[in-house]
Design a protein around this ligand. Structure first.
Ligand SMILES: Nc1ncnc2c1ncn2[C@@H]1O[C@H](COP(=O)(O)OP(=O)(O)O)[C@@H](O)[C@H]1O
Ligand SMILES: [Mg+2]
Length: 274
């Protein structure tokens, strides 16, 4: 019998208000609900300014939330103990749009990966899984489809796609359960985008990773995600299995969005089964 997938995130009524001195409070996220199970890929798609990155920052504990509740494996992320927070910061890793900028320019890829491997073998050695104990910069690179030649190069010597693969390798160093990828392909050429999205599918299949994929481009989430949330002005207009949301959108907002890019539906129909 197949074990049911563990629920990793359960988020209910999440609200985030930015307050800055001298400025009116800005409610960037106005109450959203979603879940993310082990091994699942959830897409959050919406135009710029709709609140997607704010959700990512909140889950990464970079931005406090003003209302609602966010549970990770049943525990409220806003009420973690110090030890829980440390473990959570390993379990939930982030990949950014600006891959080059997110890597240290003064370190080769080998140095960058070794630094994190060393750190992660300190502190919590007893709790490391066998996989992460056996990880080396070489094994991490092969996981993300990079050749060993890249190890002794600096980020500026790599292409955008190679840098993004290296930042996936870095995120995988600590053996996370969830990857939060905020616009991971927006800065890349279309042909490179497809390869990075394929890499995400492979990682999910091979490692059982859960992925929260944030993008402003519907065609980016269409092929990769099991479920999709369409975000607009701080709210989810549509939520559901990708096919349902794209084939039978409920909200006028999503209908209009799809009408503007008709090929999204067609290519969803052609998507290859996983
Ligand atoms: N640190 C911040 N302080 C104040 N307002 C912010 C901050 N970050 C984002 N915002 C505002 O919150 C809204 C949502 O932004 P964001 O979550 O970055 O949207 P998206 O990622 O969908 O483009 C926007 O109006 C943005 O200007
Ligand atoms: Mg954003």
């Amino acid at each position: 019998m197949v074990e049911p997938a563990e629920q990793l995130f359960e988020v209910r009524g999440l609200r985030v208000v930015y307050r800055r001195p001298g400025a009116k409070p800005l409610e960037a996220v106005k109450g959203v609900d979603f879940t993310l199970a082990e091994g699942e890929t959830l897409g959050i798609v919406g135009e710029s300014g709709s609140g997607k990155s704010t959700i990512a920052k909140t889950l990464l504990l970079l931005q406090p939330f003003s209302g609602g509740v966010a549970l990770f494996r049943g525990r409220n992320i806003a009420a973690f103990t110090a030890a829980e927070r440390r473990q959570y910061r390993r379990d939930v890793q982030m990949v950014f749009q600006d891959a080059v900028g997110s890597l240290n320019p003064r370190m080769t890829i080998r140095q960058a990966l070794n630094e994190i491997l060393k750190k992660s073998l300190g502190g919590v050695r007893g709790r490391q899984s066998p996989r992460s104990l056996s990880q080396t910069p070489e094994s991490l690179l092969s996981l993300v489809g990079l050749s060993k030649a890249v190890l002794d190069q600096y980020p500026r010597e790599l292409s955008g796609g190679q840098c993004q693969r290296a930042s996936f390798a870095r995120a995988l160093t600590v053996n996370p359960k969830v990857l939060v990828a905020d616009e991971p392909v927006s800065a890349l050429d279309v042909s490179v985008q497809a390869r990075i999205l394929n890499l995400m599918r492979d990682l999910r299949r091979e490692l059982g990773l859960a992925i929260l994929l944030i993008a402003h481009d519907l065609s980016v989430v269409r092929n990769v995600c099991d479920r999709v949330c369409v975000m607009h002005q701080g709210l989810f207009e549509d939520t559901g299995p990708a096919e349902e949301v794209f084939d039978h959108p409920q909200s006028d907002y999503t209908k209009n969005l799809l009408a503007a890019v008709p090929d999204v539906r067609r290519s969803l129909a052609a998507r290859t089964p996983q």
